[in-house]
Design a protein around this ligand. Sequence first.
Ligand SMILES: Cc1ncc(COP(=O)(O)O)c(C=O)c1O
Length: 474
Amino acid sequence: MGVMNEIEFLRSVAERAIRYRVSLTDTPVPPTADPSALRASLGGPTPEQPSDPAEVVRRLADAVEAGGLMAMDSGRFFGFVVGGSVPAALGADWLVSAWDQNTGLFAPTPGTAVIEEVAGRWILDLLGLPPHCSFAFVTGGQMANTTALAAARNHVLASVGWDVETDGLSGAPPVRLVAGDEVHVTIQRSARLLGLGTRGMLHVSVDRNGAMLPSALDEVLARSSREPTIVCCQAGNVNTGAMDPVGALADVAHQHGAWLHVDGAIGLWTAAARPSRLPGLERADSWSTDAHKWLNVPYDCGITICRHPQAHRAAMTVTASYLVQAAPATDRDPVDWNPEFSRRARAVPVYAAIASLGRSGIVDIVERCCAHARRFAEHLARQPNVVVLNEVVLNQVLVRFLVRGGTEADHDARTRAVIAGVQKDGTCWLGGSTWRGLAVMRISVSSHATTTEDVDRSLDAIHRASIGAVPIAN
Ligand SMILES: Cc1ncc(COP(=O)(O)O)c(C=O)c1O
């Protein structure tokens, strides 16, 4: 492809991407494509010969955009906990691909490495965390938890004289892992990846909304012998949005010599908006969060923050003779803090999001999403035979649709039917979950793009679905 052809080609792809974004305001939110049609249009034998790049991209985009995508950046997408993408972050993300920098080391790409340094410092400031903390930009909350727990594992074992990085876990003193009854599954997977396992994990009781109880943590830690201990709490329960009382938990954990990790994939950004939602957050030992959730940066980016840079670095650093490694006192090599070796410059869109929104813009997104969640809850709770099961403290709403005089199984079936009806209607998309054994509709408001009109159109869609709902058996 000649230079002129490449320019034309890239321009046409950019225009196509822009058309897709613009279409999000009005298109149905859920995917509509038949998977077999997608396989037929995208499949075929392994290509043996080159093809025209413009034709390749046109064909794949035609196939995928014919109903193969969920409009996750629509203001009416309320599934899982998925943010949209603010324009500055999306534009910066395009540049990341165009620049194509391997941002593992400082020396070969000082520009993106400095952006990462600055974005990390801004995040510490926005969240009110100690300025000396180390940080890493990873792929998401899963790897942010894993990186933080690797640092924790290093630290708690070093405190009893065991060098886990050199000697591994075979023969090591046991590490006690403690988490709330509502622990997110990614913490369990981190425990598996780090060789800590899940069988021995001790569970701590939570309150009605799913927040960990400090007194219960105290009891659990007092019950077993003092050994290297990591406690995982969370800021933002994946179902209810409940925030664990981090400061109080940090105090209890530290009285017992434990490390406190905060899984803040969902809720940590509220610390920028309203620190009173997370009093004492700064007293924890490590934190994880996502930029692709509430900061509204395109997928993917998670962030690990650690109060103990030495443990964090020891858990992650690598050296090799062919690398051009920085003197830590002057420059920062991302490879020292990340589990990845080669890596995308994923801090660049984070930098752009923070620079374009400013603190007040981030606060606005968080507060608007929480207000939209409350609007959903208030309107739905006024409907006959509809109950909101959680206390709406954040951006999450759990809704149950009842059958008059029915059993819990009847309510489960009707709730599932309403969810299916909303998904079929296509005005918005939301999913289901189970809360305390009961089927619920789960609404998560995480996008900067959501307006009050989006909420009201979605409430109408839920209402339509609830009238026509034919219960679905379990
Ligand atoms: C509390 C919590 N932790 C961790 C994660 C995992 O984040 P990610 O999907 O970015 O890996 C999630 C995802 O929703 C979450 O809710």
